[in-house]
Design a protein around this ligand. Structure first.
Ligand code: SF4
Length: 96
């Protein structure tokens, strides 16, 4: 189990919360940390996330803790950073 996945298990009590319904329960965490040098290495993780019933809380968790690595809620670290920037811009427009 990677350090990233351990953090999730610690943050969300096993047997409660969104984690219990995760499509990736029992899947090798390495699947969610694909080699960026290998084209298509992220496909398996993204397919699991696409059919996961808890993709939204998973993504929000990763955004909240500023998870730096891996695929969470179907988004990789670059996509999450873009989403955070988009949300900040949108919030700023509302505030202006
Ligand atoms: S969205 Fe993806 S990473 Fe998150 S719990 Fe579901 S399968 Fe796992």
């Amino acid at each position: 189990m990677s350090a990233t996945m351990r953090r999730v298990v610690i943050a969300v009590k096993p047997g409660s919360g969104w984690w219990v319904d995760a499509e990736c329960r029992g899947v090798d965490p390495a699947v969610f940390h694909p080699d960026p040098e290998v084209v298509g290495a992220d496909v398996a993780a993204r397919e699991l996330c696409a059919s996961c019933p808890v993709a939204e809380p998973c993504l929000e968790y990763a955004l909240a803790v500023r998870e730096k690595d891996g695929i969470w809620g179907g988004l990789d670290e670059h996509e999450r950073r873009k989403l955070i920037r988009r949300r900040r811009r949108a919030a700023q427009k509302v505030a202006d």
